[in-house]
Design a binder for this molecule. Structure first.
Ligand code: NAI
Length: 346
């Protein structure tokens, strides 16, 4: 029997239904069973049923532990902000890598996993004026979210055989960034097989540009993660074709819920035309598979998608001829081929 996992799927707007069909076709090609619990998260249903839709989503995600979210229109409220608040999603894992076919000014290959503490830093306090000539703001670093993010980063490294770099300004922000680095080192001790080093954040930015192959998983505080993600996306030329994991933790810093989504929006201009590029939602599914512990299948989904793009099998937004359906069929076939059991010898 194929292993079965329950997954909450939040149906979205615009190209959301096309992406959902693509995900189900790809899931059918996997050697495991993803049992989708579907929540109608369309604008129409959110308007009709209000907070009940959110209650239903939270209940389902809390039960299944993992969720895939399709893009949604931000109208009265931002569904992403509501989910972040209600599920206490405090860490963001944003892989950023070169996507074949996406034009970029950067000639090197980039493959970074940015693990960002999504609370605190300088972002929780807008600051205040002191008289007319000065202003101050608080910089907040707490042991708990740093430990959660660090444990996630090191677990990911253990599962994928990668190294972890923690980056901050610990020589200047001695108390705050010093605490961050101390917690990272503490967590590193429980993962002796994972290589770990610290970098000053400003130096890291230069080194990622000069020698991107030296960096794999980068653990950072809130604002540094914000800066690094945008710089890396700029280098990869792929602000829209990425995916993220949004994570919440239990009291022992173990992932309690993980919500995966594509970076792009609902693409109203191409809705219903079979033109949507499902790359980002496939990459989100690959992250979800990593979270389920199905590393080989997650890697097959990611690598088959990227290799097909490299070979020129692309949708029109990337200069190709494929439709959503033909691109999806190609990826599903390639994933199934890569995961097929080897024929018996002799
Ligand atoms: P958008 O990302 O939907 O579209 C920008 C451009 O990229 C459009 O030309 C679109 O056709 C293209 N595009 C986006 N995704 C594509 C895909 N998978 N395949 C091919 N082409 C694609 O951004 P926009 O127009 O600013 O926002 C539209 C709606 O999406 C808004 O209501 C916004 O609130 C919502 N949105 C939702 C997000 C989410 O749920 N995570 C994130 C960003 C925007």
């Amino acid at each position: 029997m194929r292993p079965t996992y329950q997954v909450t799927e939040l149906l979205g707007d615009g190209i959301g239904p096309e992406l959902s069909r693509a995900i189900h076709s790809l899931a059918d090609a996997l050697p495991i069973c993803l049992d989708f619990r579907v929540v109608d998260f369309t604008l129409e249903n959110r308007r009709a049923r209000g907070s009940k839709v959110y209650d239903e989503a939270i209940e389902s995600i809390t039960t299944t532990g993992v969720a895939l979210k399709h893009p949604t229109v931000t109208a009265e409220e931002s569904p992403n902000a509501v989910l972040r608040r209600r599920l206490d999603l405090s860490v963001i894992h944003r892989p950023v890598y070169t996507i074949p076919g996406v034009p970029t000014n950067f000639r090197r290959e980039l493959d970074l996993d940015i693990v960002r503490i999504a609370t605190g830093g300088t972002y929780d306090d807008p600051g205040r004026l002191i008289g007319d000539d000065g202003a101050v703001s608080l910089r907040i670093v707490e042991r708990k979210p740093v430990r959660e993010a660090a444990r996630y980063a090191f677990n990911l490294a253990r599962k994928t055989g990668k190294r972890v770099t923690s980056a901050s300004k610990y020589t200047i922000q001695k108390a705050t960034d010093g605490l961050f680095e101390a917690v990272a080192k503490e967590v590193a001790q429980s993962f002796p097989e994972v290589p770990h080093n610290s970098e000053l954040f400003d130096a890291l930015l230069g080194k990622v540009i000069m020698a991107p192959e030296k960096f794999q998983i980068v653990l950072v505080l809130n604002e540094y993660g914000d800066f690094l993600s945008d710089m890396a996306c700029g280098l990869a030329g792929s602000l829209g074709i990425g995916a993220s994991a949004n994570l919440a933790f239990d009291a022992s810093s173990v992932v309690r819920v993980a919500l995966f989504d594509a970076a792009h929006g609902t693409a109203p201009d191409i809705t219903g035309k079979n033109l949507a590029n499902p790359t980002a939602i496939f990459l989100a599914l690959s992250l979800l598979l990593y979270q389920l512990g199905e590393i080989a299948i997650g890697q097959a989904v990611k690598n088959a998608t990227l290799d097909l793009l490299r070979e020129g099998v692309r949708t029109r937004d990337l200069g190709g001829q494929e439709s959503t359906e033909t691109f999806t069929a190609a990826v599903a076939q390639e994933v199934a081929r890569r995961l097929a059991p080897a024929p018996p010898e002799g």
